[in-house]
Write a protein that binds this ligand. Structure first.
Ligand code: SF4
Length: 479
């Protein structure tokens, strides 16, 4: 005979625990949030309202509101309205706040007005992780990922989008005008109604056209040629899928390779990662305190100047070079087929000829030495090397040796790219899963940075709880 697990009778009288304390077990993560926030010096971190006002209605202490947010982000409840509801029905939150239930506007204002202080709390937790010796001794992986902003794609404008829309409107107007002409030729009551409908549509399209002309002017005034109407800082950016894009932010993170903790992060609205390497590496070094730091990033971060900057401050970079040579794409020998001989300052080409230094010039602020050979004119494999009548030229940046040394390191340690993938893709996957489809809830880069800091703090808290256990973590935080 089958039996089922039976629930209790709703009418059955029960003796519930008398204390809220009894509802929350000793190893409940909410206790970690409580201890963590209680151990912070909120005044030093920059929170408003740490001292009560002498007059007026008593306000909530910032620690209550901060606890609500840290708990919320830890449990995938980021909206202030949902948090208000949770404070009224969630026993853990009742325990955490002492049954206080601030209204959603109070919590939302707290997050909006204490952005810098909240970001400092996130940094403070990284300092705690460092003191607990949770970071590896050397490797940090850097990566960026695009996160959606509160800005519909239709409310983001670039000059390309405006031109395409203007062309569409032109075509629509022409279509409607021809439909009107046809209607004029066949006079009747029905066609009269149709004509007036069409002329309405045409006047709406003309209005749209005028709006787009105004937008064209705004785009000309915008420094990066984009305008977003809902979140002015959000930018349209391409994503990894071909032909796909989103209006959002590019979030940079530096992740430690031992426990996959996020040691540094930054919200940018630049669509590519090319200028982020040295900045993120420096932030990671400052956060972890590792003097001999190794950073590993994907091809998107390759920029010679950035690699040089890392080298100059003693950070070892591993970034593969993108394979985007125009010569190789056209079927000619690539630069990698030419071997540089440092002692003679010359290149040896695939035909074993020497390419000597000819002249130096400056391109895009980079000093480039140019090498070529006089043997090109009589070379048997010339067709595989150059299309022009002139000799094949090889350009060498004055600091090329730094990039070559990095390539050698990569050849010796091909495992580094696997380490990068395993390290940095885990946090982004987790964060996006927690954030759901909408990603950010706030607008402007400053507020989005605050939101990201709360996400990063929640992610790091959860990681450390999993590594140390909640009881041990609380003991260490109190110590
Ligand atoms: S064309 Fe010139 S550079 Fe190219 S392989 Fe021949 S000799 Fe060497």
């Amino acid at each position: 005979m089958k039996r089922f697990v039976e629930g209790e009778d709703r009418k059955q009288a029960v003796l519930l625990p008398e204390y809220l304390e009894d509802y929350v077990s000793d190893d409940n993560p909410v206790r970690v949030v409580d201890v963590f926030v209680d151990e912070l010096d909120l005044h030093d971190l920059g929170f408003d309202g740490t001292a009560p006002a002498m007059t007026g209605r008593p306000s909530y202490h910032p620690s209550v509101l901060l606890k609500i947010y840290v708990y919320g982000y830890l449990n995938r409840i980021q909206s202030s309205r949902r948090l208000e509801r949770e404070t009224q029905r969630n026993v853990e939150l009742m325990w955490l706040t002492g049954r206080l239930s601030p209204d959603f506007k109070t919590t939302a204002d707290f997050r909006r007005n204490n952005g810098k202080a909240i970001r400092n709390v996130c940094s403070q937790f990284i300092v705690l992780c460092r003191n607990l010796d949770l970071f590896s001794k050397s490797i940090v992986a850097i990566d960026g990922s695009k996160f959606k902003a509160v800005n519909n794609r239709d409310r983001n404008f670039t000059s390309g989008k405006v031109q395409a829309r203007l062309q569409q409107i032109d075509e629509s107007i022409a279509r409607y005008l021809s439909a009107m002409e046809t209607a004029d030729r066949t006079q009747s009551d029905v066609t009269e109604a149709k004509t007036s409908r069409i002329s309405d549509k045409i006047s709406k399209l003309k209005q749209q056209m005028q709006d787009l002309k105004i937008m064209e002017q705004r785009l000309r005034d915008s420094p990066d040629g984009q305008v977003s109407l809902t979140d002015p800082d959000a930018r349209s950016m391409a994503t990894s899928g071909r032909g796909t894009g989103m209006v959002g932010y590019n979030v940079q993170t530096a992740v430690d390779d031992t426990h996959h903790l996020i040691v540094a992060h930054e919200v940018t609205n630049v669509g590519n990662d090319r200028s982020q390497l040295s900045n993120m590496a420096a932030q990671a070094r400052a956060a972890t305190g590792i003097t001999e730091l190794t950073v590993v990033a994907d091809r998107g971060y390759f920029k010679s100047e950035e690699i040089l900057q890392c080298h100059e401050v003693g950070i070892t970079a591993f970034v593969p070079k993108p394979l985007t040579s125009g010569k190789v794409a056209d079927g000619y020998f690539g630069k990698q087929d030419f071997i540089y001989v440092a002692k003679d300052d010359e290149y040896i080409c695939p035909a074993q000829q020497r390419l000597n230094w000819r002249f130096t010039n400056i391109e895009h602020g980079m000093t480039l030495h140019c090498y070529s050979s006089s043997a090109c004119t009589t070379c048997d494999i010339r067709k595989q090397c150059t299309s022009g009548k002139q000799a094949r030229r090889i350009k060498r940046w004055e600091h090329e040796a730094v990039v070559e040394a990095m390539q050698q390191r990569l050849d010796q340690k091909p495992d580094m790219m696997r380490i990068r993938r395993q390290t940095v893709e885990h946090p982004f996957g987790t964060l996006k899963f927690w954030m759901g489809a909408a990603h950010f809830l706030m607008k402007t880069r400053e507020h989005v940075s605050t939101e990201m800091s709360l996400h990063v703090l929640a992610y790091n808290l959860r990681r450390v709880m999993a590594i140390l256990g909640t009881r041990s973590m609380m003991q260490k935080m109190r110590a």
